[in-house]
Design a protein around this ligand. Sequence first.
Ligand SMILES: [Zn+2]
Length: 247
Amino acid sequence: MKGRAEELAEMVRTLQGWVNESRSIVFFGGAGVSTESGIPDFRSVDGLYNQKYDYPPEEILSRSFFDARPEEFYRFYRDKMLCLDAKPNPAHEKLAQMEKIGKLRSVVTQNIDGLHQRAGSERVWELHGSVHRNRCMRCGKAYPVEYIRDSQGVPRCSCGGTVKPEVVLYEESLDGRVMEGALQDIQNADMLIIGGTSLAVYPAASLVRYYRGHRLVLINKSPTPYDSHADLMIPYPIGQVLGQIRV
Ligand SMILES: [Zn+2]
């Protein structure tokens, strides 16, 4: 029987070969990419679920809650969603390098932390928006994330309007331009690497269906409903796997 280390080494060798031959890779990532940078996944069992708050995270992070109880929303948001000290991990770094040398077309992410850009990635489709973009709901003036972090209660614009993060809350729809861009890149990709997501969250699973190639790689510690569709399934942490790829 093969040991775990040998099994991983063999999978990484296969992945390396495919990376070498590919020229338009798209990476699709979920919360697992950020958890390796210390950002909690509020959907996972060891995530925010088990932490004390008066309402479940999905309720607090819904548009109706934001409208009805903005102070409570921002208390939670500043406390749990703004992880501004987190740093990119080897997965972020490697993907940024792959883009620089022209192997990777884009990153499609469900994360809102901006860590891909901090690592140097430029073409990033943020399906759920970003904590780094914030706008006044009345006049549209932009504010940096530090303004949200450092304000008290509900952050206000100089015009008196409420400043809202451009983060897609539950009950809100995704940005059509972002979806379209992600979809086109996936459609034209010669390799799709999916990492750190169980593919259970909309629209992840539906986006994956647009991939037409024969190099679908899944890197996720736990099983996903798409494992049987994958051409290569690597059940190891995403940073550990991508960190070993040479570009
Ligand atoms: Zn304003």
